[in-house]
Design a protein around this ligand. Structure first.
Ligand code: ASP
Ligand code: MG
Length: 449
């Protein structure tokens, strides 16, 4: 049985990080067959996206930065300096072509983005070979990873085929596959959205019937809350797929939410673990959570609510689809002709709201919080308790539109209150430090739906 090992950008940040990750692969490969999936080096995908924008203006300078970055890693690793030249020069030619055209179609920009993972796979395979393993870099799109949809929505991956499984089994030694990349239904290279390599890894796990997919990151797993915002958080040893999905869709950026879809299809165990602590237990994502009740808190720091009155004369579904396509909302609900969407609070959305006024109205300055755990969405007593905790800090929580789910309770609140309310909820629900003293309801509530 194969184990899939996926390395995120942080685990490939520089020469030392790549070396450490490769040594981990060698260690695991000594125990059984492994399939490796890699992201681009940390920050490279963002740099490539910037390089596209600059190329449209005829500026190829960002390419230089990318070249130096990759060359430096090769030097740090003591690999041949020209290992990535073919890719780097092809990348330069594409950027120049974008400059000539003065614009970058999605196909072109996806092509540019693909170089991060493609170069990463070459570097990892070269280090593995130096460690004495036989290893081959492979591009996922050559292996038939096909999405049914446009970029970023690639949770709609077609299930892997038996032919793919055979192709992977035929690879001698360790296959090092690019994450994040696929073909669209028309056969063009496409990308799977931020953190898309998680999705690739689980999809390949499904393809080879893996016993486990390990996502090596620079976090030690899921925690009771984001440790950057909340004190005294604890690592969760295990959780169910439904709860992992709720953490992800409510803003805990640990894992690509879509990754759990192939995991569910193939009933795969996924483990999130820390490259810096290879023997640490991490968090195991099982079919189903072993415990009921609250597991942790997820949050989004900056969200807005979009309200729109849809036209009476036009097809409702068509209008909803149009708004959804433009807004890319986190959540969406509608009642009668009133549509309400949870969106990110940014300039693009604000400009869109202005262009669709007065039908559309944007309520800005919000944050969202979710209590995640098996069955919490149906626990009215818990919901009252959560509201009372917030109220004791003068905050009235409002429900997230379209946020109902058996494994989460999701709320909106004014952004400035986020840290206080998160900590208070954490202390009461997971810290056991404070007892709850409910206080009278405040005069006004800032977050309304
Ligand atoms: N390189 C892509 C990103 O930075 C995909 C991934 O890392 O999973 O989002
Ligand atoms: Mg990443």
């Amino acid at each position: 049985m194969t184990r899939v090992l996926k390395f995120g950008g942080a685990g490939l940040r520089d020469g030392a990080a790549v070396q450490r990750s490769a040594e981990l692969v060698a260690r695991e490969a000594a125990r059984g067959r492994v399939l490796v999936v890699v992201s681009a080096q940390e920050g490279v995908t963002v740099r490539l996206a910037e390089a596209v924008q600059a190329a449209v203006r005829g500026d190829l300078e960002p390419w230089n930065g990318l070249r130096v970055r990759h060359r430096t890693v090769l030097t740090q690793l003591g690999l041949e300096g020209d290992l990535l030249d073919r890719h780097l020069f092809e990348l330069r030619a594409i950027l120049a072509e974008i400059g000539t055209q003065g614009r970058a179609e999605r196909r072109m920009s996806d092509f540019v983005l693909s170089f991060g993972e493609r170069m990463s796979a070459r570097v990892m395979a070269a280090v593995l070979r130096r460690l004495g393993l036989s290893a081959s870099p492979l591009d996922a799109y050559d292996l038939g990873l096909t999405t049914a949809s446009k970029r970023g929505e690639a949770a709609l991956l077609s299930p892997p085929t038996a032919a793919l499984r055979r192709a992977l089994e035929a690879v001698p030694g360790v296959a090092v596959v690019t994450g994040f990349l696929a073909l669209d239904s028309a056969g063009h290279l496409t990308t799977l959205g931020r953190n898309g390599s998680d999705l690739s890894a689980v999809w390949f796990g499904e393809a080879v019937g893996a016993e486990e997919v390990v996502l090596w990151k620079t976090v030690d797993g899921f925690r009771t809350a984001d440790p950057h915002v909340v004190a005294n958080t604890r690592r969760l040893a295990a959780l169910g797929r439904d709860e992992a999905i709720e953490f992800a869709v409510n803003g805990a950026a640990i894992l690509h939410a879509g990754a759990l879809e192939p995991a569910a299809r193939a009933n795969l165990t996924v483990r999130v673990t820390d490259v810096r602590d290879p023997d640490g237990p991490g968090t195991r994502i099982d079919d189903r959570s072993a415990v009921d009740g609250p597991l942790g808190l997820a949050h989004r720091e900056s969200v807005a609510l979009w309200h729109e009155t849809l036209s009476l004369g036009r097809d409702l579904g068509e209008q909803v689809a149009e708004v959804a396509a433009q807004l890319e909302p986190e959540r969406l609900a509608f009642q009668g002709h009133e549509l309400c969407a949870l969106v990110s609070d940014d300039k693009r959305v604000a400009a869109l709201a202005e262009s669709r006024a007065p039908r559309a109205r944007l309520e800005r300055g919000l944050a969202s919080i979710a209590v995640v755990g098996r069955g919490v969405g149906e626990d009215t007593e818990l919901a009252e308790r959560v509201s009372a905790i917030a109220r004791s800090h003068g905050i009235e929580l409002a429900p997230v539109p379209g946020g109902q789910n058996p494994s989460s309770l999701a709320y909106l609140l004014p952004r400035p209150a986020l840290a206080t309310v998160l900590q208070a909820l954490h202390d009461v629900l997971f810290g056991g430090a404070e007892t709850l003293v409910p206080q009278p309801r405040p005069e006004s509530s800032a977050a309304r739906t």
